[in-house]
Design a protein around this ligand. Structure first.
Ligand code: AMP
Length: 278
């Protein structure tokens, strides 16, 4: 059975006696094969892996799905034990936000990275993410942090934060794990109805098509056509854009290394995905 750490005294005592290197894999739980692939990647690069499970209220806006977010701690712990995870940190709001989340110092990433893509529909989201990741890093002192490419904007923002705050934690990005039909695995997929689940793979299929365009194609024109296809199928598209993988700036024309980003809603569920052009 892996060690389950629920309070700061337990966490600090555990951390102090831990020999060798430590990787942190932060999650919001309801674990799937995507999370477990990050755990495996972390295990390849560090002696021990700490997975954190915390649905961070600070990164959810008013009217978002904080209350509906799927939670399944017992099943998560069983999966992590099975996968050989060293320890699991399961804090609660009283531990991370003892004075409430409104009254704390927050980490505000640069607008060039956080006021675009998901940051347009979710203002404050990446401030919440950066703040909780910095808190988790300070609390757990890992040598390595492992994040998923699935949330690529989040990965870039955390990468920038590590650089800007001179943090020495190494960062690794694990590739997006997908269902056999191409849908990126996500805890939120369990909230899809059967009909929505059947439609959902079109998102990745549309990105695949866009990634196959020849270099130099008009990105805006291609995006508009793809958006139309998705909306005709029943998606409400929040954004569908080609951007530079490093700077996240818009690219007017397709080019190798450019990255297509999409967010679209099916009913109550908001799905995101991204793919890089070959
Ligand atoms: P979440 O629990 O959704 O906050 O995700 C926790 C970590 O798992 C983040 O670094 C995500 O990018 C990563 N992740 C989520 N879905 C996938 C996936 N399908 N493949 C790989 N990593 C993922």
């Amino acid at each position: 059975m892996n060690t389950v750490l629920r309070d700061l005294d337990g966490l600090h005592a555990w951390r102090q006696q831990l020999p060798g290197s430590l990787a942190l894999v932060p999650t919001m739980g309801h674990l799937h094969a995507g999370h477990l692939s990050l755990l495996r990647l972390a295990q390849e690069h560090a002696d021990h892996v700490l997975v954190s499970i915390y649905v961070n209220p600070l990164q959810f806006g008013a009217g978002e799905d904080f209350d509906r977010y799927p939670r399944s701690l017992d099943a998560d712990l069983a999966q992590l034990t099975e996968a050989g995870c060293t320890a699991v940190f399961v804090p609660d709001d009283r531990i991370l936000y003892p004075q409430g989340s409104a009254a704390i110092t927050q980490v505000v990433p640069p607008a060039t990275l956080c006021a675009i893509l998901c940051g347009v529909q979710r203002p404050g989201h990446f401030t919440g993410v950066a703040t909780v990741v910095l808190k988790l890093l300070q609390l757990t002192q890992p040598d390595l942090l492992v994040l998923g490419e699935k949330d690529y904007q989040q990965y870039r923002i955390v990468q920038q934060m590590l650089a800007d705050f001179h943090l020495s934690t190494r960062l690794l990005c694990g590739p997006t794990q997908r269902a056999a039909d191409g849908l990126a695995l996500s805890s939120r997929n369990s909230l899809l109805t059967t009909a929505e689940r059947a439609l959902a793979p079109r998102l990745a299929a549309e990105l695949d098509r866009l990634c196959q365009l020849p270099a130099g194609s008009d990105a805006g024109f291609a995006a508009a056509a793809a958006r139309e296809n998705l909306e005709a199928a029943g998606f409400v598209v929040d954004y569908l854009e080609l951007r530079d993988s490093e700077t996240l700036q818009s690219l007017p024309r397709t080019q190798p290394g450019g990255r297509w980003f999409v967010a679209a809603r099916l009913g109550q569920v908001r799905l995101i995905d991204n793919k890089v052009m070959p």
